[in-house]
Design a protein around this ligand. Structure first.
Ligand code: NIG
Ligand code: FE
Length: 399
């Protein structure tokens, strides 16, 4: 048994109490990679937390980490005045990441993605959802998911893979969108299911990308093959995607910057979790953050994620996302913290054992260099993380 001693402040969402609980001057016990009650079992190792803050590791339920290179060139174009949508309409955007993934070897993609996972770990994230979506051919989508599967085995982070063949239309199908949807439904989804390499299926449902009808067809097919739907919904414009998320019983509807009152009503009477990505709004230089307050006040469960990707949000830090959620979206400290841990895990269907430090939970935690939870958003970028543990084992540390 491992003892975490000298915890100055222990902050965790408590599923049974339904709220964030803060305990002072306490300790935790770990047995067999999980949090356990202190039994008579012999303590073999003591981790001294030096009176500092301890929290669960962050769960990031929306990332796009399998790409070849960054898109700094497009970032420069945006700084010079072009919008994300203008760049995409001119053939850039998601499409400009396709050639790199298609021509990269499996090993090269492993190397590049693995380095990004190391960065997530150093920022306190211990579990991520990760999407394919920069291959947009059967071969390159399956290759991207195989990379995630291999890294889930070899890297300490837990990775929940999502098939996102419907991220954009590849150039060769730009005039034949319905044929590409057919390829997704008839070939890609069956192959993904056969190989067992994705848990979820996502679609970028947005004007100019996938229509509600196309998205419905893809997600219904995915469900028939045992994949759970989640959805990029109402990011730039309201297209009724939130209503579709409710209709297909998606686990999560993500973005929602442009959600309509009807979309809010649909989520309210469903179990869909609203996963908000304020890093994207910030990175795109916009100010129309998703209406977190309205969603929460309507009783809708809210999770937070980075949306880490090479185009619209090159941010991997969940602490920074918590800063944005509190400063820009009006979420309270406890709401944002719970949304980045417990509700993020719930949006991946893993909240029984992940996203909190109650008895029985996986021992994924952060020992901070600060004393109180409020210092996480307060610090903004000068990240005070002392050590990160996954299943009771140190995966990042300053000493
Ligand atoms: O979540 N919205 C769709 N996909 C990404 C953007 C990906 C990219 O630009 O490469 C997003 O914002
Ligand atoms: Fe995304």
């Amino acid at each position: 048994m491992i003892k975490l001693s000298n915890i100055g402040e222990l902050a965790t969402y408590h599923p049974r109490e339904g709220k964030v609980r803060i305990n002072h001057n306490t300790e935790l016990f770990i047995s067999d990679q999980h949090i356990t009650a202190s039994t008579g079992e012999q303590v073999e190792k003591i981790i001294d937390c030096q009176g500092k803050l301890v929290t669960p590791g962050f769960v990031d339920p929306h990332t796009h980490p399998v790409f070849y290179r960054g898109r700094q060139d497009e970032f420069a174009q945006r700084l010079a005045g072009a919008t994300y949508q203008e760049i995409a309409a001119a053939g850039g955007g998601i499409r400009s990441s396709i050639a790199g993934v298609r021509s990269a070897s499996h090993d090269e993609l492993i190397r590049r993605t693995s380095a990004r996972l190391d960065r997530f770990a150093a920022l306190g994230t211990t579990t991520i959802e990760a999407k394919s979506g920069y291959g947009l051919s059967s071969e390159a989508e399956l290759k991207s998911l195989a990379v995630l599967g291999e890294l889930n085995e070899s890297h300490p982070l837990d990775i929940l893979p999502t098939f996102l063949g419907a991220h954009a239309f590849p150039a060769e199908y730009s005039d034949l969108p319905d044929e590409y949807v057919e390829l997704i439904c008839d070939e890609m989804i069956p192959a993904v299911a056969r190989q067992g390499i994705a848990k979820f299926c996502d679609v970028f449902c947005e004007n100019g990308y996938y229509t509600v009808e196309q998205s419905r067809r893809i997600l219904e097919t995915a469900k028939n093959f045992g994949l759970t739907p989640r959805l990029h919904a109402d990011e730039f414009e309201d297209s009724g995607a939130a209503q579709l998320a409710a209709e297909v019983e998606a686990l999560s509807a993500d973005h929602l910057m442009a959600i309509s009152p009807a979309g809010i009503e649909a989520l309210r009477s469903s179990k869909v979790i609203a996963t908000l990505l304020p890093g994207t709004t910030f990175f795109l230089g916009q100010s129309n953050y998703a209406p977190a307050r309205t969603l929460l006040d309507n009783g809708i469960t809210v999770a937070l994620a980075t949306d880490f990707n090479p185009g619209s949000c090159h941010i991997q830090s969940m602490p920074f996302i918590i800063s944005l959620a509190t400063i820009q979206m009006g979420m309270s400290l406890n709401e944002a913290f719970a949304a980045a841990t417990y509700f993020a895990a719930q949006s991946l269907g893993i909240a029984t054992s992940v996203g909190h430090l109650s008895e029985g939970a996986q021992a994924d935690f952060i020992i901070w260099g600060v004393d109180h939870l409020a210092e996480i958003p307060y610090t903004v970028t000068d990240l005070p993380i002392h050590a990160v543990y996954k299943r009771g084992r140190k995966i990042f540390g300053l000493d």
